[in-house]
Design a protein around this ligand. Structure first.
Ligand code: DNO
Ligand code: MN
Length: 366
């Protein structure tokens, strides 16, 4: 397991590379050029800038999250080919710079959605929270007004000035159902996977968060069955998953360790975090510890260990602790604690395997 840590870039993140370097076992950053709009080609000089900064702190840049997919591609519009060409050029440049894995998602309009960014937990820390009813009661037609009214309704990447565009996007998605979205994803894969393959890059799709439809928009990367269907769309070794325990685990029907066992050879990137799911469908992000949430993180790590996982792994979101003010979900402290928890489980599994192996050897010899 190769531990990496998400970093949003200088001036864009409260966490520094020097701090990241001091978290045990972290070998690289998970990064992106966040100021390049979806659909545009990433400039090589900006890529090199990040690479040089990271390498000066002895951190690698092998994992990118995300190269975002332009909405026209997800909508299947005729303009998509232009954006796909740009995407291909970006893959080539990233490969040239030494990138091995590119995480992306195929969620219409929104990335992750929460209703509260600072919901207080029992211990006084705060975390990202999703209130099911609140989201379900919003009429998509009214969404723009609702977002304007309620700043806690969080749509990452959606500044108020872009909300008008949102109204038009919703209209466009009226013609795209789940099957159409699958077709559009297949088309995208058909074009980009050969380029990724040629350049030794693994494209790793991130599951939808939450893993169900929101505001009437289709969502398809949601369950074990759908992950299987996704991998079947294109059998290349470059067509991979980012398996996010927290995103998938928000639906208690999803058995994350099972998914790891089934898909391990196609998981390029593991996101590990815990969520506590309530009976009414609400959920809150918690510490990584198995006891604190609904996902048995010990079982998750055990499944990776069992499958001999050698891919990249990062703690996903964390709580906000000790008065830290940071990007929601992306503070230093809880993610660093999460890493130590993951290493604790991992190292003891490695150790007990070695012990049982040497016991076996001893048993054979004697
Ligand atoms: C949630 C996060 C996501 C992720 C993007 C990847 O679990 O990991 O915001 O960064 O969806 O494209
Ligand atoms: Mn994730």
């Amino acid at each position: 397991m190769r531990m990496v840590f998400r970093w949003f870039g200088e001036g864009n993140d409260t966490v520094t590379l020097e701090q990241i370097k001091q978290i045990p076992g972290v070998e690289g950053i998970v990064w992106a050029l966040h100021d390049v709009p979806a659909g545009e080609e990433w400039p090589m000089d900006k890529i090199i800038e990040v690479k040089e900064k990271a390498e000066a702190c002895s951190l690698n840049i092998e994992v990118v999250e995300s190269v975002n997919v332009h909405e026209d591609i997800k909508l299947g519009l005729s303009t998509r080919d232009h954006y796909i060409e740009n995407y291909k050029r970006t893959i080539e440049k990233l490969a040239q710079a030494g990138v091995k894995v590119i995480c992306y998602n195929f969620m219409p309009v929104f990335d992750w959605i929460r209703t509260d960014l600072h919901k207080e937990l029992e211990d006084g820390s705060t975390a990202l929270f999703y209130e099911k009813n609140k989201i379900e009661n919003i009429n998509p037609e009214e969404l723009v007004n609702e977002i304007n009214k309620d700043s806690a309704l969080t749509m990452p990447g959606w500044e108020p000035e872009r909300l008008e565009y949102l109204t038009n996007l919703f209209k466009a998605y009226k013609d795209v159902d789940e099957e159409q979205l699958w077709n559009n994803l297949e088309y995208f894969l058909e074009k980009i996977i050969p380029i990724a393959e040629q350049h030794g890059i693994k494209m790793a799709i991130h599951p939808d968060d939450p893993p169900w439809s929101v505001f009437g928009l289709p969502r398809i990367i949601t369950s074990q069955e759908n992950l299987r269907r996704f991998l079947g769309l294109n059998e290349s070794d470059s067509n991979c998953l980012t398996l996010c325990s927290g995103s998938l685990g928000a639906n208690l029907q999803n058995n994350v360790p099972d998914m790891i066992r089934e898909f391990s050879d196609r998981i390029a990137f593991a996101h590990i975090r815990n969520v506590r799911v309530y009976e009414n469908g609400n959920f809150i992000e918690t510490s990584h510890r198995a006891k604190d949430g609904s996902i048995d993180i010990c079982e998750v790590v055990k499944a990776y260990h069992e499958m001999g996982f050698e891919g990249y792994c990062r703690p996903d979101h964390g709580r906000h602790l000790w008065g830290e003010s940071c990007r929601p979900g992306y503070g230093l402290y809880d993610r660093a604690l999460g890493i130590m928890y993951l290493w604790g489980i991992w190292d003891s599994l490695v150790k007990s395997r070695k012990e049982s192996q040497s016991y076996d050897e001893f048993a054979i010899k004697s």
